[in-house]
Design a binder for this molecule. Structure first.
Ligand SMILES: Cc1cc2nc3c(=O)[nH]c(=O)nc-3n(C[C@H](O)[C@H](O)[C@H](O)COP(=O)(O)O)c2cc1C
Length: 236
């Protein structure tokens, strides 16, 4: 074989060994969630008509444009409760709507009101035990919140925004560095509850993770609240 031809043959061989073989193995093992292997066991269709929860999971999608209509005080109350609100189980007594590693409860929930019936525009902190709001600022700060989040217009189109923040120390005091992971997992639990509650109330929502931590933290007026997610909530 001529030298250049031999080079091409070696290149093809290397490609097959290093790229194609792992791909074939991944397929054979059924690794990955979007595909399926030939040995897949098919499941019955999800029964989304069976429960309100299944319907909310099915119909939830990111909504970034909202109708120009106020949302109600009661809807806001339900959505805030779904994040870290108090629930009761028969064994441990009071607990919260979302699980928390070691019940360290690091999450801090804020509400930015723009157009909610029965609530003045402003920034509030949600207190779960009392199920109440503490006024942080009586100014509508949604434009500043939008600017802190690369000017994403969903924030000022929405009638309200929830900001999920956390006091990392609460969980890290017990779990050290592992606590960082736990805090992020917990924010996801609370955020998904809020999204599904909004969906089941006929409202729209979207997760916003692209923002300046420092700019949002300034709006929360807290030294310990590290912001993790902004969730615009609005009429459809
Ligand atoms: C952690 C996280 C951060 C996100 N940040 C943004 C964001 O900054 N802006 C935005 O428009 N969407 C954001 N999204 C929404 C995703 O773009 C959206 O969930 C994805 O495209 C899937 O669409 P779906 O929610 O309709 O299923 C974020 C989602 C997650 C989970």
């Amino acid at each position: 074989m001529k030298k250049p031809l031999r080079k091409v043959a070696v290149l093809i061989l290397v490609t097959m060994v290093f790229i194609l073989t792992p791909l074939v193995m991944i397929r054979a093992l059924g690794v990955g969630t979007e595909g399926s292997s030939s040995s897949a066991i098919s499941l019955p269709e999800p029964r989304r008509e069976m429960s309100d929860l299944a319907q909310a999971i099915f119909s939830r999608r990111s909504v970034r444009s909202f109708a120009d209509r106020p949302i109600s005080h009661a809807d806001v109350s339900d959505i805030l409760w779904s994040t870290i609100g108090i629930t009761v189980d028969g064994i441990t007594g009071p607990t919260r709507a979302a699980p928390s590693a070691g019940a360290t409860n690091p999450l801090m929930i804020y509400l930015f009101v723009r157009d909610v019936d029965g609530l003045n525009p402003g920034v509030y902190r949600y207190h779960n035990v009392e199920h109440s709001l503490e006024l942080i600022s009586s100014e509508d700060r949604s434009i500043e919140l939008r600017r802190a989040a690369l000017n994403q217009f969903a924030i000022t189109r929405a009638q309200a925004n929830i900001v999920i923040a956390a006091d990392y120390e609460k969980t890290m005091d017990r779990y050290a560095v592992r606590g960082i992971t736990y805090v992020h997992i917990e924010a996801g639990h609370a955020a998904q509850n809020a999204a599904l509650m909004a969906e089941s109330l006929g409202l729209g929502s979207v997760m916003i993770g692209a923002f300046s931590d420092g700019m949002v933290q300034n709006l929360l007026e807290s030294r310990v609240a590290s912001p993790l997610l902004i969730i615009p909530i609005g009429s459809r």
